[in-house]
Ligand binder design. Structure first.
Ligand SMILES: [Mn+2]
Length: 420
């Protein structure tokens, strides 16, 4: 039996709620609870701040039930405070999503959605979700990327969902800027950083989760929160706007969260778990394994082989050169595998693709912020940045005498930068 004391909860439907559920519940406005009721109590919840009354009740309950943990106390002020705070928070979240919807609706000439270079599953799934919002708003949208779709799982994701994403050429960038269409940045926040958009490109909508972009502001809708994945933010918007989530979109977003949090171990928090719980209600349990079953490309295996033989380890930090690669995305994959070596905390893998040396860094060291380290070390000669534990960058080979020098210089910078 559940007993509620000193309360006016009768009028709040609590009694009816438990009675409907077939549970016995008693509600008392004073401490005159009959012994026979108190004896049966599973829980007694005492509302208020009457400390004398509370200790009397505790003593009585203890002698009648022989147990210490039956009586619980809750201050009514706390109860009201928590409910109100919850209400305000929910309302703000809803309004934030409505603001996104309203902003999308103002893009009457259409919305060009950009994801970062070599988009990962999180960027792609988030763009898919933003397209759903555009469709709902009656706004024509198109998604653009640069670089490679890379990661074979991305190809599977696109094939399975039928989602269209356009590769941009440099001429495209010029003509896109001349168009009147509005621009959205998804999974990145600054033009020119990990994307080919010219500096000064103004986005009406920015949705990103990169810690290093927290301070970015804008005039339209800006949603930058340090959560595990942009997919988490997009899931919140879909939920708040009550928009339909197809099994494929749900699986894509779940996959985005899974990959970005590296199997739920990196930068993951309550918001991500909430999004996962929500998406689970829509996902098809057979789709996610399809998205995840990724055969490794033979080129990646070759790159891995070269990186294994070239690796150098000093102070738990590894640097390695994977040689000339056929796809830029071999580099992060190789870095992720090499980071698994015992006693290695931090890894930098380099590879050459079309006159540029690409780098991917990974770290298990909680004290490092790789994103800012990479930015500090390489951004002046190329472009670099990323998350705390995973970052990347690239530098044109013209910055160096030759390839050998490039590898040597970049490795040394990394070793010094990480171990200083
Ligand atoms: Mn992301």
């Amino acid at each position: 039996m559940l007993i509620l004391v000193h309360s006016d909860l009768n009028s709040h439907g609590i009694i009816e709620y438990f009675q409907k559920a077939g549970e016995e519940v008693g509600c008392f406005k004073s401490l005159d609870i009959p012994d026979e009721e108190l004896k049966k109590a599973e829980m007694v919840i005492f509302f208020g701040d009457d400390t004398d009354g509370l200790s009397q009740l505790r003593q009585r309950t203890r002698s009648l039930t022989g147990k210490d943990d039956v009586v619980m106390v809750e201050s009514t002020d706390n109860l009201v405070f928590n409910s109100i705070m919850h209400l305000i928070e929910e309302e703000r979240r809803k309004r934030n999503s409505l603001h996104l919807m309203e902003t999308v609706k103002t893009c009457t000439d259409g919305l060009n959605i950009f994801v970062h270079d070599n988009p990962d599953p999180d960027a792609i799934a988030s763009a898919m979700a933003l397209e759903v919002i555009c469709r709902e708003a009656g706004v024509v949208s198109k998604v653009y990327y640069n670089g490679d779709i890379g990661y074979t799982e991305n190809e599977t994701l696109l094939e399975c969902t039928g989602f269209k994403i356009e590769k941009m050429t440099s001429e495209d960038i010029i003509s896109l800027r001349q168009e009147k269409k509005d621009i959205a940045f998804v999974d990145f926040a600054r033009p020119g950083e990990n994307n080919k958009l010219p500096e000064g490109t103004v986005a009406k909508i920015i949705i990103d989760h990169h810690y290093t972009n927290k301070d970015v502001t804008g005039t339209g809708f800006v949603d930058i929160k340090s959560v595990g994945a942009t997919s988490t933010l997009m899931t919140e918007h879909l939920q708040n706007l009550n928009l339909p989530v197809t099994p494929y979109l749900a699986s894509a977003l779940l996959y985005g969260i899974k990959v970005d949090t590296r199997d739920y171990t990196r930068n993951i928090g309550p918001a991500d778990f909430q999004a996962i719980a929500y998406l689970n209600g829509f996902a098809d349990s057979e789709i996610l394994p399809i998205l995840e079953s990724v055969p490794m490309d033979p080129d990646t295996i070759e790159a891995l082989g070269r990186a294994i033989s070239n690796r150098k380890i000093e102070n738990k930090t590894m640097t390695s050169f994977a040689g000339h690669i056929n796809q830029r995305d071999d580099i992060p994959q190789v870095a992720e595998i090499l980071e698994g070596e015992r006693d290695v905390f931090t890894v930098l893998v380099m590879g050459i693709f079309q006159d540029t040396i690409y780098m991917s860094a990974r770290s298990k060291d909680p004290k490092l912020n790789l994103g800012s380290i990479m930015k500090r070390l390489y951004d002046d000669i190329g472009s670099a940045g990323g998350h705390q534990h995973s970052a990347g960058g690239n530098v044109p080979l013209t910055e160096f005498k030759n390839e050998e020098e490039a590898v040597k210089e970049l490795s040394k910078k990394f070793m010094d930068g990480v171990n200083k």
